[in-house]
Design a protein around this ligand. Structure first.
Ligand SMILES: C[S@@+](CC[C@H](N)C(=O)[O-])C[C@H]1O[C@@H](n2cnc3c(N)ncnc32)[C@H](O)[C@@H]1O
Length: 224
């Protein structure tokens, strides 16, 4: 249950991060209404976006997309299943006076979208799915889920493309995530280089005694 414990919570709060404004829906938004943990990763992705044809999967309020637009991405598709998330995304674009291109916001299931998308179209793909498992009972299904979306993205991304792939399941640690990506790359038949590991930003410090709180991990991959 979600309720206000003290004071009044406005319908919308505007926050600023690295010069861009974002609307945060504290009442109805996901998590805190804003994915603070991805702050530095948004900057890393944007640094490589100029001139690229990008696909931002599981985009939520398109914060990564907006950073890519700001950095000069050539074309961009932001995909999310939630209409509410895409409304927030549109609000974020207008707050920053960025006009979305045709089909820049797409309401779709990512698994289906990846299955239907043509090969060799995108040269930058972000996969930032929701937590695929919160229980050891469903970890096998989660592993299969991560492997599948990464395998399809790796298979279809343009040669020379970049895949930024994340998992926020605490039960899937970096070692297991790397193994999943290894099998995804192998089954996709692609030569894949790890450019750098990615993690939650500095303000999400980790208890040395509690491995599962290292929930957000990612990899920046270069696909030869
Ligand atoms: C971890 S959040 C993404 C956060 C976002 N990258 C950011 O930095 O703000 C996961 C998103 O996946 C969306 N989602 C969940 N299942 C989906 C599906 N099957 N297809 C597309 N989007 C989905 C949720 O609506 C949510 O917005």
């Amino acid at each position: 249950m979600q309720q206000v414990l003290y004071g009044e919570v406005p319908e919308e709060v505007i926050v600023e991060e690295y010069g861009l404004k974002y609307a945060v829906d504290l009442h109805g938004g996901q998590k805190t209404g804003f994915f603070l943990d991805q702050r530095e990763n948004r900057q890393i992705i944007a640094r490589h976006a100029a001139g690229r044809t990008a696909l931002n999967c599981y985009c939520y309020s398109a914060t990564m997309g907006l950073c890519m637009r700001n950095a000069g991405v050539q074309t961009l598709h932001n995909v999310d299943l939630s209409e509410g998330a895409l409304q927030l995304a549109a609000r974020n674009y207008s707050l920053n006076e960025v006009v979305p291109g045709e089909d820049e916001f797409l309401a779709a299931d990512v698994k289906r979208f990846l299955g239907d998308m043509p090969a060799d179209h995108y040269d930058l793909i972000v996969l930032d799915p929701p937590k695929f498992t919160a229980s050891k009972r469903t970890i096998d299904a989660a592993i299969k889920g991560y492997k599948h979306i990464n395998m399809v993205a790796l298979k279809k991304i343009k040669s020379g493309g970049l895949l930024f792939t994340f998992s926020c399941s605490g039960l899937v640690d970096m070692e297991l995530f790397r193994k999943i990506i290894f099998y995804a790359a192998k089954d996709a038949g692609r030569d894949v280089r790890i450019v750098r590991p990615l993690s939650a930003d500095l303000d999400h410090s980790l208890s040395i005694y509690h491995r599962e709180n290292e929930y957000l991990k990612g990899l920046m991959l270069y696909v030869v």
